[in-house]
Write a protein that binds this ligand. Structure first.
Ligand code: GLN
Length: 508
């Protein structure tokens, strides 16, 4: 099989091809690395490629498979991980100048799981700096471009991970989701992802943004690959593989549609239409649809921002120029070390969130903002509980729009509209506040040919149900199988360097 065909296979097809000796683990890893080298100068979905290590690991895994060892359902399959996940000896920057050159001395728990399941880590994905952003533009090492239209954003913050899967640079990726960061880029790039129930995947070794909201999860071409990967990384022994073989049907499954998400002023017509069509397909397959009003919609983004940014301000205090990371060469006194290292090492959005978070936690403001937001969070948890007494699942768009132009709502001095970007998480963030699982699945394209995604939200630990419904949907539709045309990729040399220089200038 030639590399062009290899990189079109799904992860489970690759794994079974390896088992059947149709191709070898080193051949597969080689094909993906070749694709990254060919296309990624343009898309910037990778910050590091682990070529040497991947080649070495690939032969080791092949030797074990040849000996007849049954390592895991994904043995030998390449995977890329977001750059906020610690990889021993491999640069882990969180896409920040602050951590440029930082090589962790240990692996995140999730990396250990991937390695013991025989997956081959091929590289680290670009992202919004410290996972802060919704567009993939906040990286200190240049923006991620959307594989379907390179003048658009890939979504964020796991933009590199979703774009890499869409391009065919990797069959699998790991993203993280604090307020929508797995689901949003999946929706913008036309791939499938799962944000698991809070606590399902270990956060050990993942650079924290907001610890009570952060959750890592799988990104792939379809829900079956995501399910297989979730079974590898989950700390809770779920029988996800059953979801792949069970004959689940939709008879009697009650799906709630939040009418106020669909009628929200920013929801694009195409998004509304395609997501409702997806709901209708599930109805035709036996599900029962019912509209409801999502409670507290106006409080989703305020509560998310207060809690998320408050936690961020505390989590990011450790980047002080002393313990590790960037230290300003201009600092002459101790307070200058703190001030200049943080001013020069962190980007605009990160600083904005730290300032906002420090404000809401300050003695004067704590009761007005932080305590209030925590009370609102409890209301979300209670309201979702009530909703899941009525419905088995909730179906909504992932985001109000499709991928927007690069540079729009960028939150820089000339175009200071960060709030617009925060609002792109309005359909996703309450899921994190309540700690629930949700999957994002592609359901078509808008008139400009940009992918649209919908999400299925379930009650805590109902991943198997979500996967069953997603699998039935993808069995009935082809949206997840469509790929952007690689013929139009024109490499732009020095993209990273140019953007990186601009970003550095901006943050000083
Ligand atoms: N866009 C949101 C933020 O910047 C969510 C990011 C995420 O989920 N990591 O806070």
């Amino acid at each position: 099989m030639n590399s062009e065909d290899l990189i079109n296979l799904t992860a489970l097809e690759i794994a079974s091809g390896i088992k059947a000796k149709k191709f070898s683990v080193p051949e597969v890893a080689g094909s993906y690395i070749e694709e990254i080298e060919k296309t990624d100068k343009h898309f910037n979905a990778f910050l590091a490629v682990a070529k040497e290590n991947a080649v070495k690991r690939a032969s080791e895994i092949q030797a074990r498979i040849d000996k007849g060892e049954d390592i895991s359902p994904l043995a030998g399959v390449p995977i890329a991980v977001k750059d906020n996940i610690s990889t021993e000896g491999l640069e882990t920057t969180c896409a920040s100048k602050m951590l440029k050159g930082y090589k962790p001395v240990f692996n995140a728990a999730i990396i250990e799981k991937l390695e013991s399941a025989g997956l081959i880590i091929i590289g680290k994905n670009n992202m919004d700096e410290f996972s802060m952003g919704s567009s993939g533009e906040n990286s200190a090492f240049g923006v991620v471009r959307n594989p379907w239209n390179d003048s658009r954003t890939a979504g964020g913050s796991s933009g590199g991970s979703a774009a890499a899967v869409a391009i065919g640079e990797t069959p699998l990726a790991i993203g993280t989701d604090t307020g929508g960061s797995i689901r949003l880029p999946c929706s913008f790039c036309g791939v499938t992802g799962i944000k698991p129930t809070y606590g399902t995947v270990s956060r050990y070794g993942i650079a924290a943004y907001a610890s009570s909201l952060d959750q890592a999860g799988p990104i792939a071409q379809n829900i079956e690959d995501c399910a297989a990967l979730l079974s590898v990384i989950s700390e809770k022994p779920f029988e996800y593989n059953n979801a792949l073989t069970s004959n689940a049907d939709l008879k009697g499954v009650k799906i709630g549609l939040p009418a106020n998400f669909f009628s929200y002023s920013e929801t694009a017509e195409d998004v509304k239409e395609k997501v409702l069509t997806a709901a209708k397909e599930l109805e035709a397959a036996g599900a029962v649809l019912e509209e409801f009003e999502m409670p507290l919609m106006d409080y989703i983004i305020p509560a998310y921002c207060i809690i998320g940014f408050a936690e961020a301000s505390s989590n990011l205090a450790k980047y002080d120029g002393l313990r590790f990371g960037y230290r300003s060469p201009n600092a002459k006194t101790l307070s200058e070390v703190y001030r200049l290292s943080r001013s020069e090492g962190l980007g605009m959005e990160v600083k904005r969130k730290i300032m906002f978070g420090s404000f809401v936690l300050s003695a004067d403001q704590y009761d007005t903002y932080y305590r209030k937001a925590q009370q609102v969070r409890t209301l979300f948890i209670d309201e979702y509980k009530k909703l899941f007494n009525r419905f088995n699942m909730i179906l909504s768009p992932v985001a109000p729009t499709t991928a927007y132009e690069l540079g729009k709502n960028s939150g820089d001095e000339q175009n200071d509209q960060p709030w617009n970007k925060y609002l792109s998480d309005i359909f996703t963030a309450s899921v994190n506040l309540a700690g629930l699982p949700a999957a994002a699945l592609p359901c078509g394209f808008d008139k400009q040919g940009l992918p649209i995604g919908f999400q299925l939200i379930g009650s805590a630990f109902s991943e198997k149900k979500i996967i069953d419904v997603g699998r039935i949907y993808q069995g009935l539709t082809n949206h997840h199988k469509l790929k952007p045309k690689s013929a139009s990729y024109v490499p732009l040399p020095n993209l990273r360097f140019e953007v990186c220089e601009k970003k550095n200038g901006e943050s000083s």
